[in-house]
Design a protein around this ligand. Sequence first.
Ligand SMILES: [Cu+2]
Length: 306
Amino acid sequence: MFGPMRGMKEQVYLGDEVTDPEITLPNVLLTDLNAQRPNPVNFTNRPPDVTHYLGVGILSNDNSYYNHPEYYPIHSLRPQNKHSSSIVNYITFALPSVPLLSQPEDVGTSIFCNRSTFKNLTQCQEKLCRCTHRIHVQLGQEVELVVAVVSPYGAGHPMHLHGYKFHVLAMEPYGPPYDIEHVEKQDKESPFVRKFFKPPFKDTVIIPNHHYAVLRFKADNPGVWFFHCHIASHMIAGQGLVIQVGDPSQWPPLPANFPRCGGHGVAYPAPGERKPCTGTASSHSSIGAAILLSLICLCSLDLKMN
Ligand SMILES: [Cu+2]
């Protein structure tokens, strides 16, 4: 059952018809609600094994995928015409060219990055930092994600985790400055209040602009799991990361004859045959860029012919 909600001038319940123009609809945050079922994992009021602070949003930096420094520089565009980079902790996610889960032995470690890779993350606010963003947790750890929306553009983001459901222990607005360093400092100096009694249990949570959410799960499902914004354009533009749980030796074996890179759904390897992928995230993107460039050239030719 729902009780009276915050911000109301009078006691109003969900489903009531509100006719008084003086009464504004309240903000109902997810953590105002209770889970209907008992917690699958009985978290008590103790710190998790590991906490990751993740600032998600949109950033207007010098993204070379959209702008050319000479012919189409971002600083020559009106603010409303500027392209934006999708980010988590200022990093734009790049899909790897090799499937991380089924061919970890073919993945070069150089494609990965995270917050600690960059000595000075402020550089990513000016220039694009694009790589396969990964955080690595141990199998069985209690993991907490403190996710804050840091965009200046007023958008919320529906963040979705593959492989798990998580408990939403907290969700609140926070004040400026709107960056993840500020959120982390606040939580460490005066920890955000966590709700351990019947916290909502979900696999997607919409985090409003300039709010944080505290998500917790037990990392008992080994593998590599995508955590991303579910707005398709944000996801494709790089608003996500992968959470690697455990090491490949702890992951379930592949089914027999599982397709390898180079034969997805078409060609299957002979027994014992290996088809290692070649290339990296950047070379993969170069191929994409070459295709895009070819299309642009073809369009230009077509225009000239007409
Ligand atoms: Cu988004």
